[in-house]
Write a protein that binds this ligand. Structure first.
Ligand SMILES: *Cc1c(COP(=O)(O)O)cnc(C)c1O
Length: 362
């Protein structure tokens, strides 16, 4: 197997050990004579896979007993609608903290259902998203149904260094690109959601972790499939769940436990990010626009001093086995996504390539 270091923002790398195990079990899962893809989701084999995955996720994240874990479809983008449909209740109003492109999309969707108060817009002064607001800059409403934010903005590489305090109003977090990257205190959140394809598993699975007392208030007329209660009451098996993605996520959870859990992962992730930012900051040729205390551990955008060299940089990188480094079209330059499954050796190789490129072309 010849593998590259793939810096894609998502779908992104999966641990090689997980792919190998999936390969070994592909056509005959544990002596059943069938692939996980071919199993009934209601059979005892898949039920055991599903239950083990949930138990492992609960253990990894220390999810309290009064939270449900849902294994859904539709991506984080469907949650942009499901959240207001289910959580607004009779309040009709929600607070959103805007720190980047995904937060903007969440706001646009919420406006179809709710009166949205933008509690902070970190692009207000410069027109660019390069930091997260401080707690005392948040203009939270006393009567909001919930407060929504994006702990890690995948495109801009902006991360919150703290969990916003909301005086008892449920906090909703789009953790698509940061879930499982470090330990968090789940009890501070009303609802956490994440598309799986960045740091959990393959595309097609969406995780929702929500406090039980928030379930059961979907607005009148909400389609059955968009009501959290439907999925909570049926252990995410009201309809056919994304079985293979669920199974693969379960293998990733077991792999994470073998890495020392989220505390172990956090140490590795922080070290990987520090190495890359040190390489960028230590050079006049590379630059990252994000305020240092808000820099993402997971997504590291950077520019070259001369954008005419972007193409050569990317071509050379691909030749060196370092792929998908092109930045998002809205930001330009480069972006290295370094989720859990990116080995530290991948970051070392990138840092080395960057130095070499600067020396020969810069
Ligand atoms: C990728 C991403 C999304 C969109 O996820 P889909 O699963 O494609 O809908 C939303 N929010 C954040 C923070 C993301 O990184």
């Amino acid at each position: 197997m010849s593998r590259v270091f793939n810096f894609s923002a998502g779908p992104a790398m999966l641990p090689e050990a997980v792919l190998k195990q999936a390969q070994e079990e592909m056509s005959d899962w544990q002596g059943t004579g069938m692939s996980v893809m071919e199993m009934s989701h209601r059979g005892k084999e898949f039920m055991s896979i599903a239950a083990q995955a949930e138990a492992d996720l609960r253990e990894l994240m220390a999810i309290p007993a009064n939270y449900k874990v849902l294994f859904l479809q539709g991506g984080a983008s469907s949650q942009f609608a499901m959240i207001p449909m289910n959580l607004l209740g009779d309040k009709g109003k929600a607070d959103y903290i805007k720190t980047g492109s995904w937060g903007k999309k969440a706001i646009a969707e919420a406006k179809r259902f709710a009166q949205v108060n933008v509690a902070a817009d970190s692009s207000a002064e410069s027109g660019k998203f390069t930091h997260a607001p401080a707690q005392d800059e948040l203009k939270l409403s006393a009567d909001a149904a919930y407060v929504h934010y994006t702990p890690n903005e995948t495109i801009e590489g902006v991360e919150f260094g703290y969990v916003p305090q909301t005086k008892g109003i449920p906090l909703v977090a789009d953790m698509s690109s940061t879930i499982l990257s470090r330990p968090i205190d789940v009890s501070q959140f009303g609802l956490i959601y994440a598309g799986a394809q960045k740091n959990v598993g393959p595309a097609g699975l969406t995780l929702v972790i929500l406090r039980e007392d928030l379930i059961g208030y979907a607005k009148e007329g909400t389609p059955t499939m968009f009501d959290y209660k439907t999925h909570a009451d049926n252990d995410s098996m009201y309809n056919t769940p994304p079985t293979y993605a669920w199974y693969l996520a379960g293998l990733v959870f077991q792999w994470l436990k073998g890495q020392g859990g989220l505390a172990g992962m956090a140490e590795i992730n922080q070290r990987k990010a520090q190495k890359l930012y040190a390489a960028i900051d230590g050079s006049d040729f590379y630059a990252n626009p994000v305020r240092p205390d808000c820099r993402s551990w997971m997504n590291v955008p950077f520019t070259l001093a001369n954008a005419d060299l972007d193409k050569a940089f990317l071509e050379g990188a691909t030749k060196a086995g370092l792929t998908t480094l092109k930045g998002h079209r809205s930001v330009g330059g480069m972006r290295a996504s370094i989720y859990n499954a990116m080995p530290e050796a991948g970051v070392d190789a990138l840092v080395q390539y960057m130095a070499e490129f600067e020396r020969t072309q810069g």
